[in-house]
Design a protein around this ligand. Structure first.
Ligand code: CP
Ligand code: NVA
Length: 316
């Protein structure tokens, strides 16, 4: 197994703002090496005895299971902490929860709805905190997506990624990730569903260093034209169920990824989705279940990038 002698600058990974381009590239290389080790049955236990606290306020399939499995594979132990089982649900403060967890576990992965509460958790914890999705960001997903893109395209710099649909939590971190590694990104979304303004500005700033062009438009066709990668996500993120009808009216049919939209992209264009997906809404079945789709690679790569991230945060 290749040993990388780097440490992350930040104690926490709450969004890709916390990682530099060099750190992102290190995580991808280490993840790739962990992936090879696992496939060749050489899976050294890099974090024996480490304990991961998993604080979850929302449901999860991929994030929960890949973090749990990943920590087991590294030789440590995960502890799942559903928020309703903690005194937090009866009014204990997030500050005191952070202080308490820091006494018992070595690292926290938290899926907390409000990003400002997650920031408070990280501020009062004395151990690393990883964002397992908040209403604003989903950094682990984008690390897995960048690894997937690299595996398929053998490069990152200079590619064109089109994000079609909701400028949501996943899109915010995709903007940060793409701009940091030099991928041109066009976001096509209806007015009122754009990514966060300060994230767009940060991505444009990063893009000036890496030659990544960042475009926000309401035209999915121009975004998809000559794209190497087309990405979408659900129109109804967790916490927005009561907006279902308004959202579907805003997004459909114009922002659905279907074969007509895919035809505008490059011939070898890949389709990505973080999952869970709603077939027939943000993407048609023929696209997500077709030859261009790499959604299962994305899901698998969650395991490998998160193992790399935990290793780099905890190895010392
Ligand atoms: N993509 C993702 O984070 O999936 P889960 O909600 O199942 O964790
Ligand atoms: N945007 C989605 C992603 C789910 C992994 C949500 O927040 O529900």
């Amino acid at each position: 197994m290749m040993t990388l002698r780097i440490s992350l600058n930040s104690k926490n990974v709450l969004s890709l703002m916390d990682l530099t381009t060099i750190e992102i590239n290190h995580i991808l290389k280490l993840a790739s090496s962990f992936k090879t080790d696992l496939r060749t049955q050489k899976s050294p236990r890099q974090l024996p005895g480490s304990i991961l606290g998993m604080l979850f306020e929302k449901p999860s399939t991929r994030t929960r299971i890949s973090f749990e499995t990943g920590m087991f594979q590294l030789g440590g132990k995960p502890i799942y902490l559903g928020i309703n089982d903690l005194q937090l649900s009866r009014g204990e403060s997030i500050e005191d929860t952070a202080r308490t967890l820091s006494l018992y576990v070595d690292c926290i992965v938290a899926r907390i709805n409000h990003h400002d509460i997650l920031e408070k958790l990280a501020l009062f914890a004395t151990i690393p905190v990883i964002n397992g999705l908040s209403n604003s960001f989903h950094p682990c997903q984008i690390l897995a997506d960048l690894l997937t893109i690299y595996e398929r395209k053998k490069k990152l710099e200079g590619l064109k990624l089109a994000w079609i649909g909701d400028g949501n939590n996943v899109c915010n971190d995709m903007l940060l990730g793409c701009s940091k590694v030099g991928i041109n990104m066009s976001v096509a979304c209806p007015k009122g569903y754009e990514p966060m303004g300060y994230v767009i500005e940060l991505a444009k700033q990063e893009g000036r260093q890496t030659n990544a062009e960042i475009i926000i438009t309401d035209d999915p066709k121009s975004a998809a034209k000559f794209a190497d990668i087309i990405v979408t996500d659900t129109f109804i993120s967790m916490g927005t169920d009561d907006e279902k009808h308004t959202r579907e009216a805003a997004f459909l049919p114009k922002y659905q990824v279907n074969s007509n939209l895919m035809m505008l992209a490059k011939k070898e264009c890949i389709f990505m989705h973080c999952l869970p997906a709603t077939r027939g809404k943000e993407v048609t079945s023929d696209v997500i279940d077709g030859g261009a789709s790499v959604v299962w690679d994305e899901a698998e790569n969650r395991l490998h990038v998160q193992k790399a991230l935990m290793y780099l945060l905890l190895k010392d």
